[in-house]
Design a protein around this ligand. Structure first.
Ligand code: DGJ
Length: 742
C-alpha cells in the first residue's frame, strides 16, 4: 500500500493491490477528485482527468477564464454557492449570516496506521503496517476554520475510509450547518443504486434502482439509524452480479441521524455524499473547538457483490468489532422473551433454563420485565433494580442459580429510556428530551433520556454497572425501543439545540465505552426493537446485534440475506422460535427454523419444556451441530448463492479458511409439484479438493461443484417413493461438504 504525492502535479495517489484513489490540488486550492476504482499504475501526471470546459449558463471563479466552474468539476470536499450548485459536503454559517466558504489546501501529513476518532466508533489497525493515513488540511481564510480530511487506505482489500475534523482557529464562533463525512464525485452515473430498507420486523430488504438526473437519498431523522434505511449503499453496474462486476459499497459508522445520497447532474456525473443528516444538525464551533465527523467506509471491487460483502465482513469482524468476543464463537443462548413476555417468575425462568441446559444451551438470557414495576410496557424503565416480587433472590441470586445449572447468565437493559411511572422519572422529570411548552410524544409509553447530558449518562452508568458488579453477568442485551421526538435539551442553550441528536449518540457511545471497558468479558448484543439501530457504529461496542424482532424462518431469509450485504454472519442475532410464529403466524418445520438460524449467532427464543420428546431430540442434534460448526458458520467466508428477492429457492454457503469444509444452506419457500431438476453452483471451494456431500454421500471435486453445480433436485421432481416423507412448504437442507485428505 502506498500514498504518493507528486509535487510537480500536486497529485495524491493512494493505492494498494486492489484500488487506486487519485486526487489533486486544483488551481483554486480546492481538492479535485480524479479517480477511484481498480488499481492503476502510478505516474507523475493525471491532471488531464480533471475535465473542465466552457459551458453556457455557468458561473466562473476567474474573471478571464470560462473553463473553471466548480459546477462541472469533480471535487473531494465541495462547498455550495460559489459556482457549484450541487449539494455540498460542508456549509459554515458565519456570525454575519454568510454561508459561503472556501477551503483551500494548506498542507498534508502522512502517518502509518490509523488514528482513533475521539468519542466515535471507527475501524482501527492493530499494527501500523496494516494501513496508511493521509491527512490533508484545508483552510477557509475568512473564518480561519480548518478542515482536516482523513483518508486511510488499508494494505489489504479495496478499502478506503474517510472522515473530517474541523478546527476553529478563528476569533469568532461559526455554525457548522453541514459536515458530511464523505463526498465522492464519479465521472458517470451508469450505476444501479442498491439500498437496504424496510421497517420494524422487515429490516434490510434489498431495493435496486437505476440512477436518473436529480437526487436520490436514504437516511434517518429519528435519532437512531433506523429500521427504515440502513446506513449502507451499493453502487453497482447493471451487469454486476454476486460473482462478477464492479461495485462500490458505502457504509457509515454511525448510529444516529444520517443521510446517504446520490446526485446526478445535468452532464450525468454523479456525486455521493454520506454523513450526519444535515437537516437535523447544526454545531456551534467556538474558537479553538474541534468537531470530528463520523467515519465513512468505501469498498471497491470489480469481482462482484459477494467479494464486496466479504471485504466488509472481514473489516467489520476484525477491525471494527473489538474485545474478548471479537474472534470467539458465540455462546448458544436461550432467551425468554417470546417464551414468557412479561409473565414469568424466578421459578419459571429456572425451569426454562434447566431444560435448556439439558439440550446443550450455554447461556440463559433474561429479557425485559425483571426490574422495578415492570409488569407491562407502562412502567419501570429507568429503575434498574430487580423486582423482588418476581425475583425474590434478586439478579445476583438468580444469576448464581443459573450458573449453578452450568449456564452463563445474560440480562436485558434498555438504558436510554424511562417510563413516567418509575422512581427514576419521578426524581428527575427534567432528564428526558422534551421541547418547552410542547406535547411530549411517547413511543411504547416510554420517553427518551437526555443522553446529551453527562449527569444523565452517569446516573444510568451507576445503576447498570452496580448490577454488573454484584451479579454474575456474562452477556447484556442493550435494547432501544423508540425513536426521538420533540428533540430539545434543557441543558443546552438555544444556539446548541441543533447539536442534541448528535450529542445524544455521543452519550450512547460514551456509556457503551465505559461499560465495555469496565466489563471486557461481557458479551454485548445491541438491539433496537430488532434492527432499528443495527449499524457499524454499534458493532464497535457490541460485536453482535438482534437484527429483527421477526423470528419467522422464511421472513428471516430476506432479512439475513440483505443484512449480509454489509455485515458479517458473526454479528447477526438469529434464534429458533415457536410455531405458529409470533410475528407472521406461519408454521415452519423445526429444522428450517434452525437451518436459517445457523447462519448467525444462534439461539432459542422459546421454552423447551413445551416441545415434544421428538422435537427435543431434534433440538439436541441442532445444538450439537452448531457447536461443531459454529466457528466456520460465524467466521468462515460467506457467499450468497440464490436470492430470496428473486425466486422461490434461496441458498447461501460458508467455507472454512482452509477450504476443507463448506456448509450450504438451501431453502425452498413453497413446494413445487413435478418440479424441474435443480443444480446449485457453489463458490469459494478448492477446485482440487474432493468433497463428500453429507446429503447424497457423493464425492465431487470443487471445480465440478462450482462449475457444474451440486444437485438439489428432490423427489418432488417425480413421485415420492414409498417410505420417503414427502417435502412440503418451507423446506430446507444443510449440505455439509467435507474434503477428503488432499
Ligand atoms: C424489543 C426487542 O427486540 C425484543 O427482542 C425484546 O427484547 C423486547 N424489546 C422487550 O421489550
Amino acid at each position: 500500500m502506498h500514498i504518493t504525492f507528486h509535487e510537480s502535479t500536486k497529485t495524491f495517489h493512494l493505492y494498494n493491490d486492489d484500488i487506486s484513489y487519485i486526487m489533486t490540488i486544483m488551481r483554486n486550492g480546492h481538492l479535485g477528485q480524479l479517480y477511484f476504482g481498480e488499481r492503476i499504475r502510478d505516474k507523475e501526471d493525471f491532471s488531464y482527468l480533471l475535465e473542465t470546459c466552457e459551458r453556457p449558463m455557468t458561473s466562473y471563479i476567474y474573471e478571464n477564464d470560462r473553463t473553471f466552474s466548480l459546477e462541472h468539476i469533480r471535487q473531494e470536499y465541495p462547498v455550495f454557492g460559489t459556482t457549484d450548485y450541487r449539494q455540498s459536503a460542508v456549509e459554515i454559517q458565519q456570525e454575519n449570516g454568510s454561508r459561503i466558504c472556501d477551503f483551500q489546501y494548506l498542507g498534508h501529513t502522512l502517518s502509518e496506521g490509523k488514528p482513533l476518532l475521539p468519542g466515535l466508533p471507527a475501524t482501527y489497525t492493530e499494527h501500523e503496517e496494516e494501513a496508511l493515513t493521509l491527512t490533508v488540511t484545508l483552510k477557509d481564510a475568512v473564518t480561519n476554520v480548518k478542515a482536516e480530511l482523513l483518508y486511510t487506505i488499508f494494505a489489504k482489500g479495496g478499502i478506503l475510509t474517510r472522515s473530517v475534523r474541523f478546527v476553529n482557529e478563528g476569533t469568532h464562533p461559526v455554525m457548522l450547518t453541514r459536515a458530511m463525512s464523505l463526498c465522492l464525485d464519479l465521472p458517470d452515473h451508469d450505476y444501479v443504486w442498491q439500498q437496504l430498507s424496510g421497517c420494524w420486523a422487515r429490516e434490510c430488504h434489498i431495493h435496486n434502482r437505476r440512477l436518473e438526473p436529480g437526487i436520490l437519498s436514504i437516511g434517518s431523522m429519528r435519532g437512531n439509524s433506523s429500521h427504515e434505511h440502513n446506513p449502507f449503499l451499493v453502487l453497482k453496474r447493471q451487469s454486476t452480479t454476486e460473482r462478477q462486476g464492479e461495485a462500490i459499497g458505502f457504509s457509515l459508522i454511525y448510529s444516529g441521524n444520517f443521510r446517504i445520497q446520490a446526485e446526478v447532474d445535468a452532464h450525468d456525473t454523479l456525486r455521493i455524499l454520506a454523513g450526519i443528516d444535515p437537516e437535523t444538525f447544526t454545531w456551534k464551533l467556538d474558537c479553538k473547538e474541534t468537531f470530528q465527523t463520523p467515519e465513512a467506509v468505501m469498498v471497491y471491487t470489480c469481482r462482484g457483490l459477494n467479494h464486496m460483502s466479504q471485504t466488509f465482513h472481514k473489516l467489520y469482524q476484525k477491525r471494527l468489532a473489538r474485545g474478548y468476543w471479537r474472534d470467539r464463537p458465540r455462546p448458544i443462548l436461550n432467551n425468554n422473551w417470546e417464551a414468557t413476555y412479561f409473565d414469568f417468575t424466578q421459578e419459571s425462568l429456572l425451569a426454562i433454563a434447566s431444560k435448556a441446559k439439558e439440550s446443550g444451551v450455554e447461556l440463559f438470557v433474561l429479557d425485559d420485565g425483571w426490574f422495578g414495576a415492570r409488569n407491562s410496557e407502562h412502567a419501570g424503565l429507568g429503575d434498574w433494580k430487580a423486582n423482588r416480587t418476581r425475583l425474590p433472590d434478586g439478579i445476583a441470586g438468580l444469576s448464581k442459580q443459573i450458573e449453578a445449572l452450568g449456564l452463563k447468565f445474560g440480562l436485558w437493559f434498555e438504558p436510554e429510556m424511562v417510563n413516567k411511572d418509575s422512581d427514576f422519572y419521578r426524581q428527575h422529570p427534567d432528564w428526558i428530551l422534551k421541547t418547552p411548552d410542547r406535547n411530549q410524544s411517547h413511543g411504547r409509553y416510554q420517553y427518551v433520556l437526555d443522553f446529551s447530558r453527562m449527569e444523565v449518562v452517569d446516573a444510568i452508568y451507576e445503576q447498570v454497572s452496580a448490577i454488573l458488579r454484584e451479579a454474575k453477568i456474562s452477556y447484556i442485551k442493550w435494547d432501544m425501543n423508540r425513536s426521538i421526538t420533540e428533540c430539545y435539551s434543557s441543558a443546552w442553550p438555544a444556539d446548541r439545540q441543533g447539536e442534541i441528536y448528535h450529542r445524544y449518540i455521543l452519550g450512547v457511545y460514551d456509556l457503551y465505552d465505559r461499560l465495555t471497558k469496565e466489563f471486557p468479558q461481557v458479551l454485548f448484543e445491541s438491539c433496537a426493537s430488532g434492527g432499528g439501530r443495527f449499524d457499524p457504529g454499534m458493532l464497535y461496542y457490541a460485536p453482535q446485534g438482534w437484527i429483527s424482532d421477526n423470528s419467522d424462518a422464511i421472513e428471516r431469509l430476506k432479512i439475513q440475506y440483505g443484512t449480509s450485504m454489509c455485515y458479517p454472519i458473526s454479528s447477526m442475532g438469529t434464534h429458533v422460535s415457536v410455531i405458529p410464529n409470533h410475528q407472521v403466524f406461519r408454521n415452519t418445520p423445526l429444522h428450517t427454523r434452525a437451518n436459517t438460524a445457523y447462519f448467525g449467532t444462534f439461539g432459542y427464543e422459546l421454552d423447551l419444556n413445551k416441545l415434544t420428546p421428538e422435537e427435543i431430540e431434534e433440538v439436541n442434534a441442532q445444538i450439537a451441530f452448531m457447536k461443531k460448526y459454529r466457528n466456520i458458520l460465524q467466521f468462515g467466508t460467506f457467499y450468497r448463492l440464490l436470492s430470496p428477492f428473486e425466486g422461490n429457492e434461496i441458498a447461501w454457503m460458508v467455507v472454512s479458511e482452509d477450504l476443507k469444509t463448506a456448509l450450504v444452506g438451501w431453502y425452498r419457500v413453497l413446494n413445487c409439484i413435478n418440479a424441474r431438476y435443480t443444480r446449485l453452483r457453489l463458490e469459494g471451494l478448492n477446485p482440487a479438493y474432493c468433497y463428500r456431500n453429507s446429503q447424497s454421500g457423493i464425492c465431487c471435486y470443487g471445480d465440478e461443484l462450482m462449475y457444474a453445480g451440486m444437485i438439489t433436485s428432490d423427489e418432488t421432481a417425480g413421485q415420492v417413493p414409498s417410505g420417503v416423507t414427502p417435502y412440503t412448504d418451507f423446506e430446507s437442507r444443510i449440505y455439509i461438504l467435507e474434503a477428503a485428505e488432499a
